[in-house]
Design a protein around this ligand. Structure first.
Ligand code: F6R
Length: 604
């Protein structure tokens, strides 16, 4: 979490820095700050609150300089106060630093530096970095050598960018937290993620762990920590700046919900052949998964729900698989060896819990695959293979289109595994592939006709919201509840339909609407479970196709197009995304940046 930006070039750095921070705010929005070189020294402006508040506080003040750094924070060490906001400086204010990650040995470093008279003004781990650089400058090292020496001493994870007074140079290092370089003639950027500078350049280099870069107006020098030159290839990013903007929508979340038809079309492009009933996944030749004896999916949050979806489809096809919370994996991983396939599902590719599970699986000798949206992400690089979901930038903190694209990718991957294990494509492929190909249109039509806004206002101000589903409807119920609580701040829970009667029913009152997802898997049983809640006074909202029996029984319904049971949960999920969105809008919540959360969680 936390977004960092650095910029070197001609003209004032203020605007590109503030634009960068706005585009990175999804990574953290507790506090924000910038520092620029003003000719005689370093000017720092920082404060708690969002980037807008920082902009207001800067007002008409002249912050003039061609080079600068900025930061938007999601607090880990110390509350979101003005003092704890980045950039942090040393006592002399000659060194300014922004950092994303955690410096694990900061307590030792701080007490050592305090012993030399360094005084600290924040509770953060980051503040030791400018002090450490200053310490080595005092020892007589050059700026570059002092930066390298300081970085050598850091333990933990970091993407760090430093600026030293009196020169137009940025120094940056990466270990465990993302950092990408943007390059345009005479203008260079460092940032946690591409959208930070997409309006200025689409030519990028993703840094790797252990990389140190030195950036000035003449270019970028790529080195390892010891200073040896290294080669890093540049890539052209295919996202355009408009994709990263809100367009006609009030919120990124609503825009991203409506982008799902396109996202799914992109995920499927070139990967399914309906005529020959084949699935082509770039690096997986037929037979790749022949020796696999079991499949483990590891993920967190919404990605975990997509992982559960993937795992259930495999189990239903007779392949032994499990979906595991990545943050539990280190204490409870099932037996894992070279015949295990571990699939890390992570839209950002940077979630620390998921990376840690992936590393554990790599060490155990498993075959590993990452399913992600971010090319160049750590998870994509550390797994044996990466499958990209191609959903385009997702800025809203609540994951929407990435869930749908992940679930579709996992369906494709699952079918490839089934094909390899059974020596022939699944018999269902002839039915499934045309339905998959039709998903973008089905979704488009459903989005146009959705009544989710009316349902949201009809049940607004309830005490609690329950979501139930069976089979592939179960992960959808979990995801429906997560989305609802995440952006409305109201109490919501997801259950397997059959579980309702084993305890949660005690909570059911006329003030607990129950959203029941019907995917065509034992729907009669789900209908009975919903009726049990209804008998206790709870309104039931069925999410099902037109003409389904549930429509007559339920108090209200949200219609989904008829499709295969493997896919109808995905359509139901989109209706539930819309209900959460409209309910949060009625409550006037901070939809794109829900309190206490960040898009990418890079701490365990
Ligand atoms: C919820 C949400 C989170 C993420 C989770 C994992 O809307 O977005 O629950 O799904 O933090 O993130 P990734 O997918 O980046 O690993």
């Amino acid at each position: 979490m936390c977004g960092i930006i650095g910029r070197v070039g001609d003209g004032n750095a203020l605007e590109p820095l503030l634009t960068g921070l706005e585009n990175l705010e999804y990574r953290g929005y507790d506090s924000a700050g910038i520092a620029v070189q003003n000719g005689s020294g370093i000017d720092v402006q920082k404060r708690s609150g969002k980037v807008d508040e920082l902009k207001e506080s800067i007002g008409d003040a002249t912050l003039d300089g061609k080079i600068g750094i900025g930061h938007t924070r999601w607090s880990t060490h110390g509350p979101p106060t003005d003092e704890n906001a980045h950039p942090h400086t040393d006592g002399t204010k000659d060194v300014a630093v922004v950092h994303n990650g955690i410096i694990e040995n900061y307590v030792e470093l701080k007490s050592r530096l305090a012993g030399y008279g360094h005084e600290f003004t924040s509770d953060t781990d980051t503040e030791v970095i400018p002090h450490l650089i200053q310490f080595y400058l005092d020892e007589g090292l050059t700026n570059e050598a002092a930066f390298r020496r300081a970085v050598e001493e850091l333990e933990g994870s970091y993407a760090v960018t430093a600026m030293l007074s009196g020169e137009h140079v940025l120094y940056a290092a990466r270990q465990g937290s993302p950092l990408v370089v943007g390059m345009e003639d005479g203008e260079y950027f460092l940032a946690s993620d591409v959208p930070a500078f997409l309006e200025y350049t689409d030519s990028v280099v993703y840094l790797e762990d252990g990389d140190v870069v030195i950036v000035d107006e003449d270019g970028v020098e790529f080195t390892d920590l010891a200073g040896n030159p290294i080669t890093r290839e540049s890539e052209t990013v295919e996202w355009d700046p408009e994709q990263a903007g809100k367009g006609e929508y009030d919120h990124f979340m609503l825009k991203e919900i409506h982008e799902q038809p396109t996202a799914l079309a992109q995920a499927l492009e070139g990967r399914i052949d309906t005529t020959n009933e084949r699935i082509a996944l770039a690096d997986f030749q037929p037979g790749t998964f022949e020796a696999i004896e079991n499949v483990q999916f590891v993920a967190c949050g919404t990605s975990y729900h997509a992982a559960l979806y993937g795992s259930l489809t495999l189990n239903q096809a007779g392949i032994h698989s499990s979906a595991l919370l990545a943050n539990e994996y280190s204490v409870s991983a099932p037996p894992t060896d070279e015949n295990t396939l571990v699939v890390a599902v992570t839209q950002s590719g940077e979630t620390a819990d998921t990376l840690s599970a992936l590393r554990q699986a790599n060490e155990a000798g498993a075959t590993t695959v990452t399913v992600t949206n971010v090319v160049g992400s750590t998870a994509a690089r550390e797994a044996d293979e990466a499958l990209f979901i191609r959903a385009g930038p997702e800025i809203g903190v609540a994951a929407t289109k990435t869930f749908s694209s992940q679930a579709v990718m996992l369906t494709l991957l699952g079918q490839r595994i089934v094909g390899d294990q059974h020596g022939e494509p699944s018999a269902d492929l002839g039915v499934l592939l045309p339905e998959l190909a039709g998903m973008p249109d089905a979704l488009e039509e459903m989005l146009e006709r959705s009544d989710a806004d009316a349902i949201a206002s009809r049940y607004a101000n309830s005490q609690s919201y329950f979501f139930i589903g069976r089979g592939l409807g179960f992960p959808v119920a979990l995801e429906g509840a997560l989305k609802f609580k995440e952006i409305t701040y109201e109490h919501a829970e997801g259950f397997a339909s059959g579980e309702l009667k084993h305890g949660p029913l005690a909570l059911v009152t006329p003030d607990t609407p129950v959203f029941a997802v019907f995917t065509g898997e034992e729907d009669e049983k789900t209908l009975k479970n919903a009726a049990e809640a209804q008998t206790r006074g709870a309104p039931v909202i069925a999410v099902c196709p037109a003409g389904h029996r549930a429509v007559d029984v339920a108090d209200a319904h949200l219609e989904i197009p008829e499709t295969e049971s493997d896919l109808s949960g995905l359509l139901a999920n989109v209706q539930l995304q819309l209900v959460s969105y409209y309910a949060a809008d009625l409550l006037d919540r901070s939809i794109d940046k829900p309190r206490n959360l960040a898009k990418s969680v890079t701490v365990e």
